[in-house]
Write a protein that binds this ligand. Structure first.
Ligand code: BGP
Length: 481
């Protein structure tokens, strides 16, 4: 196995899925904290007013706000070199537009990052991980409004100033491409919900509301580039990455129509955002793609120069599964609008229907490095499964097998010549699921005794995979059995 010396082994979670204490110490309300729990069968619902009897899982998270020292100690026991987390925008600016930042929020995150360094863990911090303030939605109408660029950049500058001595690696938006893929407007918190109650996930149809999505995405591109420039000028050595939901897609057959369709799918879903953020300009194919969607971007003078001056330092992505593209209506008819397209007959799926494809990760790493020639990070990768706590033990061989296969694929990619510098597994501790709000869909090496409705002791238990991952890290990826 060929992981370089100093490779950042670690784990990841997001503030909104981990911290809880959603209204403590001056924190404001985030959109996701008005979203109920859901399941594989029923979507999560945004509710403008709380509905008695509904449960809002992100208000509890897993009580990370009070458990973080215990949790970081456990990550230290596994030998983590990096921990990817996010900052709740509403702990720093409760309404997003407050005159001054909330000092108690700053104090909390300084303590969190200092705790990481006690164990030699490098924080990797996402500024916006589906945690938009309610006020930004209600008062400013979300990312439709160009004024939100300045509010985001002010928040970013505050974080760089307050934490730049403890945090070197940053990401601006989590999975910024969800906007382009027509997924989860509310989850990604980009637009104010239209109705008093609205399902979290909309269609996966990018043609729906394309003009609004790509205009909002343009505002986020400008905000992200301005944040990169601010980081570089505020403190030497800060590195800011572009981050997307990493989609790897294959043509269903060698029919040239399927191959062409797949090329366009990869451009629209995976390459479009990093092309803008890492290369610093809209890609050549954007013109025809926008014409097809009827999108006419409204840019301001200086936007193109901003994108060029704010090129991101590295490219990071989440990777869970691969998808399949077909142009054959018969094939499409009997698959429905699965998140990852047509089921692939050559790979197995998880209990939540996500295809398990480690080779897809090796392919995506090679294609990403060929395209951008900047350091890469895999900042989410994991298996959501129904783990069982029995006599204080959790046996999760399936999780060990999943990560083993993906670590072998990353090792092959490094052998191929890819400059991969970090691997932070998703949900290194059980947290609230983003898409379903469940705890049942567990990802962690550490089990948390909390159920889907918030009941439990919130006690932490090491799963079998805890000791396994510890030896992987200790051997720098050599000992995987
Ligand atoms: C990604 C999000 C994460 C995480 C992950 C797993 O899209 O960046 O926040 O939740 O998906 O998804 P889920 O929690 O729905 O299983």
């Amino acid at each position: 196995m060929s992981f370089p010396k100093g490779f950042f082994w670690g784990g990841a979670f997001a503030a909104n899925q981990y911290e809880g204490y959603y209204d403590a110490d001056g924190k404001g309300l985030a959109i996701i904290e008005k979203v109920t729990d859901g399941s594989r069968k029923s979507p999560r619902i945004y509710t403008r007013e709380d509905v008695p009897g509904f449960y809002y899982p992100n208000r509890d998270g897993i009580h990370g706000y009070t458990h973080y020292k215990e949790d970081i100690k456990l990550f230290g026991q596994m030998g983590f070199k990096m921990l990817r987390v996010s900052i709740h925008w509403t702990r720093i600016y409760p309404n997003g537009d407050d005159k001054k930042p909330n000092q108690k929020g700053i104090d909390f995150y300084r303590s969190f990052f200092e705790e990481c360094h006690k164990y030699g863990i490098e924080p990797l911090v996402t500024l916006s991980h589906y945690e938009n303030p309610v006020t930004i939605m209600d008062k400013y109408k979300g990312w439709d409004n160009r004024e939100v660029i300045d509010l985001f950049v002010r928040y970013a500058k505050t974080c760089f100033k307050e934490f730049g001595d403890l945090v070197k690696y940053w990401l601006t938006f989590n999975e910024i491409n969800v906007l382009a893929m027509g997924v989860g407007d509310i989850m990604a918190g980009c637009f104010p919900p239209e109705k008093d109650q609205e399902p979290l996930f909309l269609s996966f149809d990018v043609t729906k509301g394309a003009q609004r999505r790509y205009q909002a995405l343009h505002h986020q591109f400008v905000a992200s580039a301005l944040a990169v420039k601010a980081a570089h000028s505020l403190k030497k050595g800060l590195m800011v990455g572009a981050m997307i939901g990493g989609g790897m897609s294959y043509p269903y057959t060698c029919n040239p129509d399927d191959v062409l369709e797949n090329l366009h799918k990869m451009e629209a879903g995976s390459w479009f955002c990093p092309d803008v953020m890492v290369r610093g300009e809209y890609p050549y194919y954007a013109k025809r793609y926008f014409e097809k969607l009827g999108v006419k971007l409204k840019k301001q003078d200086g936007d193109d120069e901003t994108l060029k001056a704010g090129k991101h330092d590295f490219f990071a992505f989440s990777y869970y599964a691969s998808g399949v593209t077909s142009t054959d209506q018969k094939v499409l008819e009997n698959t429905g609008n699965l998140l990852f397209g047509v089921p692939n007959p050559y790979i197995k799926a998880s209990d939540w229907g996500w295809g398990i494809d480690a080779t897809g990760l090796r392919i995506l790493l090679n294609e990403s490095y060929a395209r951008y020639q900047v350091p890469l990070m895999v900042v989410e990768n994991g298996l959501g499964a129904e783990d069982k706590l029995e006599d204080g033990k959790i046996h999760d061989p399936y999780r060990i097998a999943y990560h083993k296969a993906h670590i072998e694929a990353m090792s092959e990619a490094i052998e191929d010549g890819v400059d991969l510098i970090a691997y932070t597994t998703w949900g290194c501790i059980d947290i609230v699921s983003a898409s379903t709000g469940e705890m049942t869909k567990r990802y962690g090496f550490i089990y948390v005794d909390k159920d889907d409705k918030g009941n439990g002791t919130y006690k932490r238990y090491k799963k079998d995979s805890f000791a396994w991952y510890k030896q992987v890290i200790k051997s720098n990826g050599k000992k995987l059995d």
